[in-house]
Design a protein around this ligand. Structure first.
Ligand SMILES: CCCCCCCC/C=C\CCCCCCCC(=O)N[C@@H](COP(=O)(O)O)[C@H](O)/C=C/CCCCCCCCCCCCC
Length: 214
């Protein structure tokens, strides 16, 4: 495990995702990005072999953060307001990347797809046997989700990186919430919140036919 693991706290990441859904069932962008930033910190602790993954995640987080720091920041407060604003102002490339290659909607969709993988991966970790291999859980859940959107070369590179993952118990202990059993319990508490964020976003994107944005 690379230096810096001590700066990661699963609790902080999970708290961020639990703060995402508002009383109106809207998905707040700031805690969503905070959750991803925490996950990227964790990924960076796993070694440089994961750098190409964390760089892509950081690029996408920064694109949306830039919208949150722009003159239109209020429009990017929630995923719902972002979708409404960008569609109403013709700011989304719907067929082919051209005038708006880095729209908020398109960029958020990439993180949203990755959240689906995360949800399955954490569930696999939570329910896995003590001696199960994190690399197997990771590649099975990746192949069942994100891999469908990635070209061959990315899928290959990801497969190689997964082989460097530590065993399940070492992985759970790196989460800095105590023993592996305590980490499992925390995952059980937090997963419903992550699922809810995913579900609300999925419904919103389906309703606006945005699930295949180029
Ligand atoms: C609670 C702690 C335990 C879980 C720790 C998980 C840590 C995961 C942290 C970050 C995950 C990275 C999310 C990656 C977002 C990928 C977005 C994406 O799909 N990008 C591709 C498409 O973008 P465009 O070209 O359309 O702009 C892009 O091509 C991807 C490039 C990089 C490769 C992405 C591979 C993703 C593998 C996800 C598994 C991460 C392995 C983590 C190991 C624990």
């Amino acid at each position: 495990m690379a230096a810096g693991a001590e700066t990661f706290s699963l609790r902080e990441v999970l708290v961020a995702f639990t703060a995402c859904v508002s009383e109106q069932r809207e998905v707040r962008v700031d805690p969503y990005l905070a959750g991803w930033k925490g996950l990227v910190r964790f990924l960076n602790c796993l070694g440089t072999i994961f750098s190409f993954i964390s760089k892509d995640a950081v690029t996408k987080i920064e694109i949306i953060e830039n919208y949150r720091n722009s003159d239109q920041q209020e429009k990017y407060l929630t995923v719902q307001s972002m979708v409404e604003y960008e569609l109403a102002n013709d700011l989304v490339d719907l067929q082919k990347r051209s005038k708006h290659p880095d729209s908020g909607c398109r960029t958020f969709l990439r993180l949203h797809r990755a959240l689906h993988w995360l949800q399955m991966f954490l569930e696999g970790l939570r329910t896995g046997e003590d001696n199960s291999k994190t690399s197997v859980i990771c590649s099975e859940t990746y192949n069942a989700s994100l891999a469908n959107y990635h070209p061959w070369i990315i899928r290959k590179a990801a497969g190689v990186a997964f082989c460097a993952l530590p065993t399940r118990n070492t992985f759970l202990e790196t989460m800095n919430v105590g023993t592996a059993e305590e980490a499992v319990a925390m995952l059980g508490e937090a997963l419903p919140y992550i699922c809810e964020v995913y579900k609300i976003t999925e419904e919103l994107y389906a309703q606006h036919k945005l699930l295949d944005l180029p």
